[in-house]
Design a protein around this ligand. Structure first.
Ligand code: ADP
Length: 473
């Protein structure tokens, strides 16, 4: 199976969130199962390919080929999508350039994919281009396209005036295609033009078909429901594994769990918190945006910080930076606030904390709860999306703490419940040893993707033969 995997971020080359983790792991898992996978992403600042041409860079790793599409004016910037002033104003031009180039490059390297697998709004355009610009091109005659929605809240919405830059006929600027309340909506177009659409958890695929979670696209998704499915994300255990992790203080596993507390003590010291194994240490690594529950978390902080220690690593909305900075000033001894993107600190949060906080208002899948399990850190989550699929409350023999009213009060009460068990050392130890053995590896998820690819190709073939026989008749 030949797959062109298109993504705007791929770990370790460029990352702002979970999309990069998925794009940096799934291609390898597909390749291990026999797919020929080529990954396409922009050539951002800081990427050092093995080969560097004027139009693209190239790297091959463990059987997977990576193509970095080059345009220095568009991609040699400090951030991927925007800076503190907001999204880059030329994002539509940047990503339409990128998606157009994918097709040119596919021809140049003579790789005619059976599947173009796009991810989120940034590459939804690849699927739109396949169906609008390349529909009669023999090179792509047997190519089907899939769109994975990692987060429906980000849709790639642009002003109508920019439509000309897309390079598709104006006929498609209408409600049935790319128009969304007078603007351009790339994710909507991607959903409509893709042969199959999936999201990253079974619960989220149901949620997004409802007005509450549909972000205005629930109707479009309901119409597409025959071609819609949910495949739970997974974790790359070659990156996230405390036994081999080079970014933590001391390696450990469920068999040497005491060494987790070496990490805890060293981390408390690094952060300037009181070094004490018995103080309940809570952490989060997150984009600091409304989705992630930062509003209820910050309101609850006054309560926790009197009793527990908290470490937050994240970047996001200025509003939350301000609120959290105030708390950090107030609770110098028990709160460590790290307003940055830092891979090494992230690993140490997962390894050192007792509990990982994930009070997301909505969560397509969430990776941090699964990473936390591996590091024997108990996730505490709001009951939504992928968190429903991956976290069962301890009271139901699961491995986490779940609260089901989206309020600070419920968050606090779940946390107090967690602390109560934390003080019962034997019980806590049993729980963390259990969760460290959970398995959320990519193998099973990759098999599901291949099943989806096969289904898409098969349906395409039967549609083609139906068309042919209709023409013959
Ligand atoms: P999302 O994609 O919505 O941001 P996920 O839970 O799917 O959320 O994935 C988040 C990923 O990004 C995780 O690997 C997490 O550790 C990482 N991450 C988020 N913020 C930071 C940060 N400030 N520094 C380092 N890693 C971060």
């Amino acid at each position: 199976m030949r797959v062109a995997f298109c993504s705007s971020e791929v770990f370790p080359f460029a990352k702002t969130g979970g999309l990069a983790d998925v794009s940096g792991a799934l291609p390898y898992a597909l390749s291990k199962k026999g797919c020929e996978v080529k990954v396409f992403m922009p050539f951002y600042k800081g990427i050092n390919p093995q080969k560097n041409y004027s139009e693209y860079g190239f790297t091959k790793q463990a059987g997977v080929e990576f193509f970095f599409i080059r345009n220095d004016e568009y991609f040699m910037r400090d951030y991927l999508y925007g800076d503190s002033c907001g999204d880059y104003p030329d994002n539509l031009q940047r990503f339409s350039f990128f998606n157009k180039k994918i097709f040119k490059l596919l021809k140049k390297i003579n790789f005619s994919p059976q599947i173009i697998h796009s991810n989120d709004w940034q590459t939804a355009l690849a699927n739109i281009y396949l169906k609008l610009l390349y529909k009669n091109d023999k090179f792509f005659k047997n190519t089907k396209c899939i769109l994975t929605i990692h987060n429906l809240a980000y849709q790639g919405i642009f002003e109508r005036e920019e439509f000309g830059s897309l390079g598709v006929p104006w006929d498609y600027f209408n409600m049935r295609h790319l128009e969304f309340y007078g603007k351009i909506n790339l994710l909507k177009g991607g959903i409509i033009f893709s042969d199959m659409v999936n999201t990253v958890s079974p619960a989220y695929v149901k949620e997004i078909q409802t007005p509450d979670y549909g972000c205005g696209l629930d109707g479009v998704l309901r119409e597409k429901r025959k071609y819609l499915c949910g495949i739970l994300n997974a974790i790359d255990y070659s990156v996230w594994n405390p036994q081999i992790d080079k970014l933590i203080y001391k390696n450990y596993s469920h068999r040497t769990i005491e060494d987790k507390y070496v990490n805890k003590r060293m981390f408390q010291k690094e952060l300037g918190l009181k070094v004490d194994k018995n103080i309940f240490l809570l952490g989060t690594v997150s984009r600091l945006v409304e989705q992630k529950g930062i509003d209820i978390l910050s309101r609850a902080l006054d309560h926790f910080l009197k009793k527990y220690q908290v470490v937050i690593l994240g970047m996001g909305d200025e509003k939350y930076h301000r609120i959290l900075k105030k708390k950090a000033n107030k609770f110098k001894k028990s709160f460590s606030l790290n307003l940055k993107f830092d891979e090494a600190i992230a690993h140490r949060v997962y390894a050192s904390c007792d509990c990982f906080l994930m009070p997301s208002r909505f969560e397509p899948c969430g990776l941090s709860q699964m990473i936390s399990y591996k590091y024997a850190t108990v996730p505490l989550v709001y009951h939504t999306g992928g968190l429903v699929d991956t976290v069962v409350d301890i009271s139901q023999k699961g491995g986490g703490f779940v609260f089901s009213n989206y309020t600070s009060a419920d968050l606090i009460s779940a946390l107090n419940r967690a602390n109560q068990i934390f003080t019962e050392k034997k019980k806590w130890l049993k729980i963390i040893k259990k969760i460290a053995r959970y398995n959320f590896s990519w193998e099973a998820a990759a098999a599901k993707y291949i099943e989806m690819y096969n289904k898409t190709i098969k349906e395409g073939k039967s549609q083609n033969s139906k068309c042919k026989s209709a023409i013959q008749n």
